[in-house]
Design a protein around this ligand. Structure first.
Ligand code: ZN
Ligand code: ZN
Ligand code: ZN
Ligand code: ZN
Length: 341
C-alpha cells in the first residue's frame, strides 16, 4: 500500500535531508558548469578529469534526492522494515559512476599523451576552477553536517565525495601551476591519470560499503553501544543477554536479542522489563530503535550469576555476576540440549 497519506512530508528531519539533497543537486550543477568552462578554455586533460568527476556528482545528487525522499517514508504494509535501505543503492550507484568516470579519464589520458596534446591559457582555467572548488568545499562541509545529524548514509556519501573532489582539485591546480610555470606539458595528462586512479579507489570503497549495508554486515560499534546500555540499565531479573543483533535501515536501527529471565516470571512481568529496556535503548541510541526481545527461561547454570534475591527456584547460591562480554552478547543460542533443563 503506497497511499500518499502515509508519507509525512512535514517530518522536520526528512525536510532537512530533502533540502540538503536538493541543494547538493543545484550547487553541483553550477559547479560542474564552472569546471566545464575551465576545460573549454584550456583543453586541459587534468581539468577535463576534474569536470567529469563533477558530472558524476550531479547525476548522483539527482539519484540522492529520490532515495532520500523515498527512504524517509515510514514503514508500511509492503515494507515493514521501512524504506531506508534504498540509500545503500544510492551509495552503490554513486560508487559505480565514480569508477566508470575513472576509466573514461584514463582512456583520455592515454590519447592526450599519445598525441602530445598541450593545454592553453592555463591561468584562466585555473582561476575559474579555483572559484568552483571554493563553492564545492562549502557544499561538502554542509552535506556532512546534515548527514551526521540525520544519520543518512546517502548524504554522507555525497558529502565525502564532494570533499574528496575538493582535495583532488586542489592537487590538480597545484600540479597545473607547476606545469604552467615550467612548461612541462606532459604534467597535465599525468595529473589527470592520478585523479583517475584516486577516483577509481574511492568508487570501489563506496560500493564495498554499500554492499556491507545491504548484506547487514555486523556493526560492532552499534553492538557495543547497545551492550553498554543493557549493562548499565540492568536489573536483577535480566540475568544474561545473548544473540544480540542489529541492522541499520536508514536512520532506524533494528535490534533483537535473547534475554535470560527467571523461569517463573509471568508474561506480564517479562513484558514490563522488555518495555523498560526498549525505552532505555531508544533514549541511549541515536535515531529510532526498533527492539524485539526473545525470552529465555533461566537454568541451573545461571543461578551462580543470577542476582534475583527472592528466587523461588534457586538451585545454587549466587557467587558473582561477571559482565557480559561482546562475544557472549553476540553468540547465538547454545546447542538445543543445553537450553533444556
Ligand atoms: Zn512501501
Ligand atoms: Zn508489548
Ligand atoms: Zn534464578
Ligand atoms: Zn536464547
Amino acid at each position: 500500500m503506497h497511499a500518499p497519506a502515509e508519507f509525512a512530508p512535514d517530518d522536520p528531519e526528512l525536510r532537512i535531508r530533502v533540502r540538503a539533497a536538493l541543494i547538493s543537486l543545484v550547487a553541483g550543477t553550477a559547479i560542474f558548469g564552472g569546471k566545464l568552462a575551465a576545460y573549454g578554455v584550456t583543453q586541459s586533460s587534468a581539468l577535463l578529469s576534474d569536470a567529469l568527476e563533477s558530472i558524476v556528482n550531479v547525476l548522483a545528487a539527482a539519484f540522492l534526492v529520490g532515495s532520500v525522499v523515498f527512504g524517509g517514508k515510514p514503514a508500511d504494509r509492503d515494507h515493514p522494515y521501512g524504506h531506508g535501505k534504498i540509500e545503500y543503492f544510492s551509495a552503490a550507484f554513486e560508487g559505480g559512476l565514480i569508477a566508470f568516470a575513472s576509466i573514461a579519464i584514463l582512456v583520455g589520458v592515454g590519447i592526450a599523451l599519445w598525441e602530445g596534446q598541450r593545454a592553453r591559457e592555463l591561468e584562466v582555467g585555473m582561476v575559474i576552477s579555483g572559484a568552483a572548488t571554493a563553492a564545492n568545499a562549502l557544499l561538502g562541509v554542509y552535506l556532512l553536517r546534515v548527514a551526521r545529524r540525520s544519520r543518512s548514509l546517502a548524504l554522507e556519501a555525497d558529502g565525502r565525495h564532494v570533499l574528496s573532489d575538493v582535495a583532488t582539485t586542489i592537487g590538480v591546480l597545484a600540479g597545473l601551476g607547476v606545469s604552467w610555470a615550467t612548461g612541462l606539458w606532459w604534467l597535465d595528462p599525468v595529473i589527470a591519470g592520478g585523479v583517475a586512479l584516486h577516483l577509481g579507489w574511492a568508487g570501489f570503497r563506496l560500493v564495498r560499503r554499500a554492499a556491507g549495508g545491504l548484506l547487514d554486515e555486523e556493526d560492532t560499534q552499534t553492538i557495543e553501544e547497545l551492550l553498554a546500555t543493557l549493562e548499565r540499565e540492568r536489573v536483577p531479573g535480566l540475568i544474561r543477554v545473548h544473540h544480540l543483533r542489529s541492522m541499520r535501515v536508514g536512520a532506524r536501527t533494528h535490534v533483537d536479542a535473547h534475554l535470560v529471565m527467571p523461569e517463573y516470571w509471568t508474561v506480564e512481568r517479562s513484558h514490563v522489563l522488555c518495555d523498560a529496556l526498549e525505552h532505555k535503548l531508544n533514549a541511549a541510541m541515536p535515531g529510532e530503535v526498533d527492539v524485539v526481545f526473545h525470552a529465555d527461561p533461566c537454568r541451573q547454570e545461571h543461578c551462580g550469576v543470577c542476582e534475583v534475591a527472592d528466587c523461588e527456584v534457586r538451585r545454587e547460591p549466587f557467587t558473582a555476576r561477571p559482565p557480559i562480554s561482546l562475544e557472549e552478547a553476540v553468540a547465538p543460542d547454545p546447542p538445543r540440549g543445553r537450553h533444556r533443563p
